[in-house]
Design a protein around this ligand. Structure first.
Ligand code: MLC
Ligand code: AMP
Length: 505
């Protein structure tokens, strides 16, 4: 029987020369393909020795490292479900994810072991390991005693490979369940669409707990047997320094904005580069054009989401149109509908719906929510609003979901408002996204005080910082007498956005 385990496909693409460099780090370490093979085998054997139930989740909140990458691959290899968690998440956020996903294994950094293990044990997790970015931790200590031979566990295309939490517009985050088939189909389509070639080298500068860095970048390189230059964090100077050794780069728009501020970013530095990919948030046309002028390269913008991996892309050969996200990828069916569920005419705006082998298996333990997000004929409602022009190029013009995308990270106003509203003296709050030159968009909080109460914006921000991931913290806080409302009494966020749109201009 064919093994549809994603890891089996990735491993089959390893080059013949297993001693060649697979990953080169910014600290000067080289990992060979053999290292990846052996270390993932050892970690997979460790996971399997724990006697975990079928479909067990392995939740991981660790700093970016090659060992963290190996842990991801080992989890696939052993047939378990990988659950990556942003390192910015704090205890209340982690408590929710662990409580909801009930992972059998939790891996965290040593400095967080105290509070993370407490949360994990409370949720019934029996195995908590540590893993740090200096190649230490109990996970590696334990794996060192395991065999470096391991047969990739048999998985069907529909079996779960990962759960990615994506915040909800109302209520708490939802875990998007992605299967081995979802991810392999997407990886294969992108390998072809972006014309990955022998000898390609990817600069990997993104975090590895979301779709862009974890799936698009890693799967892209591995399924092509390509080396990665692995940067623990995005450092524009280092990226510019490494460009001459690379051919492919992927980033959220903020990364491109920051690279453009580097004088070293020249045509000469990009002489071996073949492809620059952008996505996760809208790429401003100014950035697209300036990049073209400075480097001679046209950024290829694509569009996707946690629930679907990649959906559309500008062409590799053919015109890459700034401000658009290109065409639906092969195998993806994409349509734009009006509120009545009818297709809109060419060039008109509507809701984007998608279908395809890449579309997720539903939200973890939320069958009702899953049902709501699909149409009767099986299309997933992305929550994005867009249009398709006469040549078939798709443009995202907005979102029907109340979502801020800041530096490529999603921030759900409802979540932040909930925290602010719970603070003493706050009557009501509204969080809106406003344009920002670096992050594209950032959150701003506007609130009214309860009668007689006095609020202090700085104190509110300080309190939020103690509870939430740093990228979710509103960059400004305003206390006002009243919030603009429509005739139904609903807060008019569009008015607030308009009022504050020039704050960071
Ligand atoms: C950091 N800060 C942010 C922020 N990142 N504020 C708003 N939005 C962000 N994204 C703030 C911190 O709170 C802190 O504030 C200060 O900036 C410095 O923090 P830092 O951690 O040192 O920041 P930095 O390293 O500069 O990070 C910026 C960044 C990072 C752009 C490199 O945010 C990043 O890697 N973004 C990429 C996200 C990504 O991979 N998205 C893909 C999602 S997948 P203070 O006040 O505490 O000093 C997806 C699907 C798809 O969307 O289609 O791909
Ligand atoms: P996430 O939930 O983190 O996976 O974020 C997915 C969302 O990011 C999508 O629904 C879009 O709103 C947005 N997005 C991704 N790529 C692009 C893009 N190229 N242009 C505009 N928005 C994008």
């Amino acid at each position: 029987m064919k093994n549809n385990n994603l890891f089996a496909a990735l491993r089959a693409a390893f080059p013949k020369d297993l001693d060649a460099v697979a990953v080169e780090t910014d600290t000067g370490l080289n990992y060979s393909w053999r290292d990846l093979e052996r270390a993932t085998a050892m970690m997979a054997n460790l996971l399997q020795s724990l006697d975990l139930p079928q479909g067990a989740r392995v939740a991981v909140q660790v700093e970016k490292s090659v060992e963290a990458l190996m842990l991801y691959l080992a989890t696939l290899r052993a047939g378990y479900v990988f659950l990556p968690l942003n390192t910015a998440y704090q205890s209340a956020e982690i408590e929710y994810f662990i409580g909801n996903a009930e992972p059998s294994v939790v891996v965290c950094s040593r400095k967080n072991f105290g509070w993370v293990s407490k949360i994990a044990f409370k949720a019934g997790t029996q195995n908590v390991f540590t893993l740090d970015d200096d190649r230490t931790g109990s996970l590696l200590d334990r794996a060192a005693h395991c065999s470096d031979r391991h047969e990739v566990v048999q998985r069907s295309a529909d079996d779960l490979a990962a759960i990615l939490y994506t915040s909800g517009t109302t209520g708490r985050s939802k875990g998007a369940m992605l299967s081995h088939g979802n991810m392999l189909s997407n990886a294969l389509v992108l390998k072809d669409y972006w014309a990955w070639q022998p000898g390609d080298v990817l600069i990997h500068a993104l975090p590895i707990f979301h779709v862009h860095g974890l799936f698009v970048a890693i799967h892209g390189a591995l399924i092509n047997g390509s080396k990665m230059i692995w940067l623990a964090r995005f450092d524009p100077k280092l990226v510019v320094q490494k460009l001459p050794e690379a051919t492919v780069f992927m980033g959220v728009p903020t990364l491109y904005v920051r690279l453009l501020a580097e004088p070293g970013l020249t045509r000469e530095a990009c002489r071996h580069m073949r492809l620059f990919v952008a996505g996760s948030a809208p790429l401003l046309i100014e950035t697209f054009t300036e990049w073209q002028e400075r480097t001679g390269h046209t950024i290829l913008e694509r569009y996707g989401m946690s629930e679907t991996a990649m959906l559309t892309s500008n062409p590799y050969d053919g015109e890459r149109r700034g401000g658009t996200v290109g065409f639906a990828l092969p195998g993806v069916s994409l349509r734009v509908q009006d509120d009545a569920g009818q297709p809109v005419p060419t060039g008109e705006i509507g809701s984007i719906q998608v279908k395809g082998p890449n579309v997720f298996r539903g939200y973890w333990r939320m069958p009702e929510k899953t049902k709501e997000e699909f149409t009767a004929d099986g299309y997933f409602k992305t929550g994005d609003v867009g249009k398709i022009d006469e040549r078939g190029y798709i443009t995202i013009v907005g979102r029907s979901k109340d979502l801020i995308i800041s530096g490529g990270y999603n921030v759900y106003p409802a979540e932040i408002e909930g925290y602010i509203n719970d603070m003493p003296g706050v009557a009501e709050s509204a969080v809106v996204g406003v344009p920002h030159p670096d992050f594209g968009e950032v959150g701003v909080a506007i609130m009214i005080a309860k009668p007689g109460a006095k609020l202090d914006g700085e104190q509110i921000i300080a309190r939020l910082k103690a509870q939430l991931a740093n990228f979710k913290i509103p960059k400004r806080c305003f206390i006002v007498g009243e919030l603009p409302r429509n005739t139904m009494g609903k807060v008019q966020k569009n008015v607030l956005r308009e009022q504050h749109k020039a704050l960071f201009a």
